[in-house]
Design a protein around this ligand. Structure first.
Ligand SMILES: [Zn+2]
Ligand SMILES: [Zn+2]
Ligand SMILES: [Zn+2]
Length: 312
């Protein structure tokens, strides 16, 4: 699979009956390394984090524990409002961590030496679930617990079983899930006709901030999306990355489509529809050869030639 993650510059233009693998390799040959680096693409984790990207990213809010994107102002919109009523200076305000039970908090590794599991409860006790129970039995403060040589690290539980998810599992028994995916499962299981297998394949990534997960999508869809994004960026089109994530999580992923052409149009969501259409048109145009059906259309021919020569 590694060849799919690495751009192949010499791939020949695909034939009209090219397989998905050939189309994928061809699209990757058009995706350049600079774009991937600027967009914060992690090929191993299949995650895009375009921090500071001129057309996709923007910055994360500087307030600790808040990773919402900043738009125009120095803080995210929530922290901007909180700051206005706080009576604090900007310097003081950005030192105080954001606390909210609705907040998606970043995960960290359990503080017990050698423990591979993530902590997950608001950072008040930065220990994993297993060590949290041990700590309650142990009694006393966190520092005393951590200093006790009898407290040993626990082995990691691997990735969350939701295909799209980029987090580590925290649940030790049953289906191994991260905190955000483990929480709604009991209620979902009580719903009549709930298909857990399908849910694990199609549930939203629960990514937040400016992270977009491509995990679990077919290879061709990943290449089409990344190529489409690259082309948007080259044209200077602004992509609100939260909208792009929503398009993947709410429309593309649940469709189980093997290529973007087969993704049904999202109903009643014009932002997602526009994003999907533009991205898929770019991806489709890229694989049309000059001999193909699009050759009659001057704009398309020009566009294809430009893409193939690397000019855009
Ligand atoms: Zn914020
Ligand atoms: Zn631990
Ligand atoms: Zn998860």
């Amino acid at each position: 699979m590694t060849f799919l993650l690495t751009p192949i510059v010499t791939a020949p233009a695909p034939a009209p009956d090219a397989s998905d693998t050939e189309l994928t390799a061809f699209l990757w040959s058009l995706i350049n390394e600079d774009f991937l680096t600027e967009a914060g693409w992690n090929a191993e984790r299949r995650v895009l984090t375009p921090v500071g990207h001129p057309t996709m990213g923007g910055r994360s809010c500087p307030v600790p524990n808040c990773q919402s994107p900043v738009r125009g102002k120095k803080l995210c919109s929530t922290c901007y409002t909180r700051h206005r009523t706080s009576g604090m200076s900007q310097e003081e305000f950005v030192k105080v961590p954001r606390v909210s039970r609705h907040l998606h908090l970043g995960t960290g590794t359990c503080r017990v030496a050698g423990c591979e599991r993530p902590w997950n409860n608001s950072g008040k006790e930065p220990v994993c679930r297993g060590h949290r129970w041990q700590m309650i039995k142990h009694g006393g403060a966190l520092e005393q617990f951590l200093a006790d040589p009898a407290v040993k690290g626990l082995p990691g539980l691997g990735d969350c079983s939701v295909l799209a998810c980029n987090r580590q599992a925290i649940s030790e028994f049953g289906t191994r899930l991260c905190h955000p995916h483990g929480k709604p499962l009991p209620a979902l299981r009580r719903q009549p006709g709930f298909d857990e297998e399908r849910w694990l394949r199609t549930a939203p990534s629960a990514s937040y901030g400016i992270e977009v997960s491509f995990r679990g999508l077919p290879e061709l869809v990943v290449a089409q999306l990344l190529f489409g994004l690259q082309h948007r960026c080259h044209r200077g089109a602004r992509t609100e990355i939260g909208n792009f994530r929503a398009l993947i999580d709410k429309t593309i992923r649940p469709s189980l489509a093997q290529r973007l052409e087969d993704v049904p149009d999202p109903a009643a969501n014009s932002v997602a529809l526009t994003l999907l259409n533009r991205t898929r048109i770019y991806a489709l145009r890229a694989v049309k050869t000059p001999e193909g059906e699009y050759a009659k259309d001057e704009w398309d021919l020009g566009s294809v030639l430009a893409i193939m020569s690397g000019a855009r």
